[in-house]
Design a protein around this ligand. Sequence first.
Ligand code: PHE
Length: 344
Amino acid sequence: MQDKIKSLIAEVEIFTASTKEQLEEFRLKYLSKKGILTDLFAEMKNIQPDQRKSFGQMVNELKIKAEEKLSKFQSALEDASESAPDAGLDLTLPSEPNPLGSRHPISLTRNRILDIFKRIGFTVADGPEIEDDWHNFTALNFPENHPARDMQDTFFIEHRDGSDSIALRTHTSSVQVRIMETTKPPIRILAPGRVYRNEAISARAHCFFHQVEGLYIDEGVSFADMKQTLLYFSQEMFGSDTKIRLRPSYFPFTEPSAEMDVTCSICKGKGCNVCKYTGWLEIMGCGMVDPNVLKNCKIDPDKYTGYAFGMGIERIAMLLYNVKDLRLFSENDVRFLEQFKAEA
Ligand code: PHE
C-alpha cells in the first residue's frame, strides 16, 4: 500500500500540463470526489492502528503535492492565454478605414468630354495604338515622303520603306479611317485614346498623351454644323458664357482646317498668365473632312460631307483643374491623385 502511494507521489511530481484539458484530467484523477485521494482517505479505517499515522502522513503529502501542482499549472495556463495573440483585442472597436480610391483626372476629363457629346448622339469608337502607315498617315492624305509627316514626330516600330511601316499612332485620327472604312454613313463617333510622339518631356509636352477625336459624316454636313457643335461643347465644358473662335490652320486630312480657341476659363477673357494675356486658349484642331480622305475610305465625296475635330485631354484637364505641369498626370504621385477623390 505504502509503495503504491509512493509511486503516486512520484507520478504527481513529474506531472506537467500544457492544456487546460490535461490539467482537468489531473484534477479529476487525484482531487475530485471520486478521485484517488478520496479513496485513500476512506481506506484509512482499514489500516492497522500502528501504521495509521505514517499512512496518513503519506496520503497528506500526496494531497498537498497534487494541490500544489494544480494551482501552479492553473496560473501558468491562465498567464499563457492572456499573452496569446488575440489577448486584449477589442472586437467592438471600429475596423481600419478602407481608403477610398479616386479616378484619374485624365479619366474624369475624358468622361466629361464623352458625356457632353453622347448627349447629342455621338457614340464611342476604338482603334489600336500600334498602327500601320495607311491608317495613321496615308489614308489621311499625308502624301508619302511629304514633310507633313514631320508635323508629328513618330515612334516607328518597323520603319520599312514608305507605306509599309508600323508605328505608335501619333493621333486618334487613325480611328476615323478605321471607322469610315467599315461603316456606312451617317457616322457620328468619338474616339478617345492614348497617342505617342517623339518629343522631349517637359511641363508642356510628353512622349505620350491622350486625345479625343470626333467625326461626323452624313449628307449635307456643313462647317456651320461643326461650329455650333463645338460651341455647345465648349459652353458645357467651361461654362455657358464661354465664347469660341476658329482660326485658319492646316491639317492634311481636313479642308478647310481650323484651330479652335475658347475664352480663357481662368480669367474669363481678361488676360492672365495661363492664356498669356490674350484672353484665349487653344483647345483643339478641326475642319471639314478632306474629300481625298473620304475617297480613300470608299465614301462618295459627292454625296457625303463631314467634319472632324481632335483635342488633347491633358490640355483640357490642365485648364479644368489648373494643373501647371503635364508630367503630374503620368507620375502616379498619390499626393496629386488623391486630390480628385470627391469626383465620380
Ligand atoms: N489629329 C490632329 C492632331 O493630332 C487633330 C485634328 C483632328 C485636327 C481632327 C483636325 C481634325 O493634331
